[in-house]
Design a protein around this ligand. Sequence first.
Ligand SMILES: *[C@@H]1O[C@H](CO)[C@@H](O)[C@H](O)[C@H]1NC(C)=O
Ligand SMILES: *[C@@H]1O[C@H](CO)[C@@H](O)[C@H](O)[C@H]1NC(C)=O
Ligand SMILES: *[C@@H]1O[C@H](CO)[C@@H](O)[C@H](O)[C@H]1NC(C)=O
Ligand SMILES: *[C@@H]1O[C@H](CO)[C@@H](O)[C@H](O)[C@H]1NC(C)=O
Length: 471
Amino acid sequence: MTLEFHSSLRNLPNPQFVMRVTVAALALGATGPALGLSPLDTFYPPNLNQTSYISNSSIGTYGGIYKAPTNGPTGGIPYGTYDYCSMPHPRTQEYELPEPIAKGSVKGKLIYLEYLQRHQRRSPYNILPGGENQAYQCDNVRPYLYAGPSDNNIMQPMPMYAQTYQDPSNPFTPGVNGTCQYPQITIGGVQDGFQHGKDLWGVYGEKLGIIPKEPNNRVWFRSSSSALTQDSAGAVLRGVWPAYKGALPLHQMVSSVDTVNEGYSCSAISSTLNQLELTDEWNEHLTVTENLRSQLGSMLGATSSSWQTTFDHFSDNFQARLCNGYMLPCSVSNSSECVTMAMADEVFRAGDWEWNYYWRTNPYVTKYIQVVEGLFIGEIVTRLQAVQNGESSIDYSHFFIHDGDIGPILGALGINALRETDAKSDQLYARVLYSGQPVQTIHGILDWLPLSSLIDILKPYVPEDITSLCG
Ligand SMILES: *[C@@H]1O[C@H](CO)[C@@H](O)[C@H](O)[C@H]1NC(C)=O
Ligand SMILES: *[C@@H]1O[C@H](CO)[C@@H](O)[C@H](O)[C@H]1NC(C)=O
Ligand SMILES: *[C@@H]1O[C@H](CO)[C@@H](O)[C@H](O)[C@H]1NC(C)=O
Ligand SMILES: *[C@@H]1O[C@H](CO)[C@@H](O)[C@H](O)[C@H]1NC(C)=O
């Protein structure tokens, strides 16, 4: 456990810097017995390194929540429990200052907030190859899409929104009925976003004063080029500033070179992934799940390698259903053959195991994080260095990204057990919160550490020469 402070810090005017990374990323599925776990315990399954975590059905979801009604806002109960659907995040009711500040042994003030979050809940990326037995409805959400001149004094556009529909004359079928794109934010995701923003305002606006009353030139936002993350930004930032009338810039990189969401092309990403999926451990996890995969494959027409070699697609599909008020799927050809909650729980445990393997325990993990997320981690390090040098031009920065970005960042921090994601970080001194709580890592609990130490933890993951690393 790291809980450091120096007496030299006492009475410094601005000793605390916070980076909050909200990472909410892996796939889970069902409500299980709580196993006598505290909410915080549910983030750190102790035997996640072993494939017995997958096969031991009495683990259930290790206290994780994978269920939410169609409409939000939702919050895990009790507060702070691992919740794949809604991501625990800091709230005034539970927020605690770092111990040295709370005890008054040090005076400090938050001077920087770096907040990283995954998008809010959504429809699935992956439609079952055999077809979905339920339709997804999204006509209760309006994903707006229109463009106008930056000069407000001239004509402005009609606010248009996407309305997805099906035309019976189209001979092609997406394999699912309804009014959604796949993926897209759902009504519950929008409502969760409003609540998420309100909660952030309570802690970082009202209480800690780092978020200004109105957006100014010291706040900065970025998303990936995916509609999901952009739509999440609109919802969350409305929760932060309910009365603000203007529009805000959401920074994006050109998608072909984006440093989040695997934007740039780098053959070392897939070659490293191939390598780590050839290890004995990886094969062992396929062996222990052979029955499950074959049952699901024949029930749902999901026998292709993209469904059978990882649990990504099953996790995604089942989570999207359970997190938005739908049932687990049944076979389209035989409605009495359905995925059971026990099967979904095993899928979610397998997803947890894979996530932990990708970003913590595989033998190529440093390189894998470097090629997937190293440039982005480098950007964060550069911002932290600017804060350290008193040269930061922003106080509050908020990224709307993906599970696949949060995972490698938590891996770089050395998280003790990585299920799926929500993370946060503060002579500056730093703290890193993950789903609203100080993150537990191989470096200790990152509740109060010199900013320079946080930078040192992250730096090994910043590639010196990404071009040659990518091949
Ligand atoms: C299965 O998990 C339960 C609950 O965590 C534990 O008590 C039990 O020892 C585990 N069984 C095996 C065979 O690992
Ligand atoms: C989708 O809608 C079509 C047309 O109404 C219907 O024939 C089909 O059975 C539906 N599919 C599912 C999986 O509900
Ligand atoms: C449908 O599935 C049930 C449960 O597995 C099975 O008992 C039944 O025989 C199946 N029906 C058909 C027509 O295959
Ligand atoms: C799991 O593996 C990681 C990486 O090898 C290691 O740091 C961690 O201590 C292991 N956890 C347990 C509980 O063995």
